[in-house]
Design a protein around this ligand. Structure first.
Ligand code: UDP
Length: 248
């Protein structure tokens, strides 16, 4: 079973290596593809927003970004649950490393002014990655045309394999759905706060904290304004328990 249905959202149950192999195929495929990285917040949002749910379920690859998903999948499917957590930021870093080796190029969209540029510098330095351009832009639909013009101009006649879109859960996936067919890029991935992390603007939780599945708590302590968004966590837990004990 490659995909698992977790509270209405399809998630790939594959190792980091298998996932990366799939991404490599996408980069050289004729068709366009997009990647999503659901966490508990995505699942709760998708329950309330059928559009978002359809976009998530239409993705070519959907990786479990969050220990909550692993827990819920094991609660519902036992040992057939999800094997491995693959965070968006780790997958983005893996893709960038692979892209650099294969001489593929990328575009960075979103995040606060200056963050994508900083991230591009870091990625060039670390992997020797070809970043064709960056643009913070706005996630709002009224800005789509402008954003597409900027991307088109910066990419020019070169081939662009990946666009990483950092507009936060929901907005970034909707942006990709509306725009991917109209931009000269092959694969799009919504990356949430990954540009903040990879640029060094926000510090990631230490490895030990991550290993214990407490990255969400680290983010809450470092960015307390997140508490409202993290209310999605108890909602997610109650959805999983309901599904386990009360579904017919
Ligand atoms: N963001 C943006 N425009 C928006 C909303 C968000 O550029 O309208 C950026 C924000 O600056 C951040 C990223 O999107 O870099 C989303 O980060 P967040 O930490 O909220 O995402 P998460 O990783 O929690 O999904």
């Amino acid at each position: 079973m490659v995909k698992i249905n977790l509270l209405g959202v399809q998630i790939n149950n594959e190792s980091r290596e298998e996932v990366l192999k799939k991404v490599a195929k996408m980069a050289i495929d004729k068709e366009k593809h997009y990647i999503v990285t659901p966490n508990p917040e995505f699942i709760v949002l998708a329950k309330e927003d059928p559009d978002f749910s359809n976009i998530l379920n239409g993705a070519d690859l959907s990786v479990p970004d969050g220990i909550g998903l692993i827990w819920a999948s094991r609660l519902l499917y036992g040992k057939n649950g999800l094997g491995e957590r693959i965070t968006g930021v780790d997958l983005m870093a893996d893709i960038c490393q692979m892209a650099a080796q294969k001489k593929w190029s990328v575009f960075l969209l979103g995040a606060k002014e200056g963050v994508a540029e900083k991230c591009a510098e870091k990625l060039k330095l670390k992997y020797g990655l070809r970043v064709l351009g960056t643009h913070s832009g706005w996630a709002d639909q009224s800005q789509d045309e402008t954003n597409r013009q900027v991307i088109g101009r910066k990419v020019g006649h070169r081939e662009c394999h990946f666009i990483f879109v950092a507009y936060g859960a929901g907005k970034q996936e909707k942006w990709i759905k509306r725009n991917l067919d109209k931009i000269p890029v092959k694969v799009a991935m919504g990356v949430g706060g990954s540009l903040d992390f990879l640029s060094g603007k926000v510090k990631r939780a230490p490895k030990l904290v991550r290993r214990f599945g407490l990255e969400w708590l680290w983010r809450l302590v470092g960015q307390p304004w997140r508490w409202r968004r993290q209310l999605a966590l108890p909602k997610f837990v109650s959805l999983a328990l309901k599904e386990k004990f009360f579904a017919d």
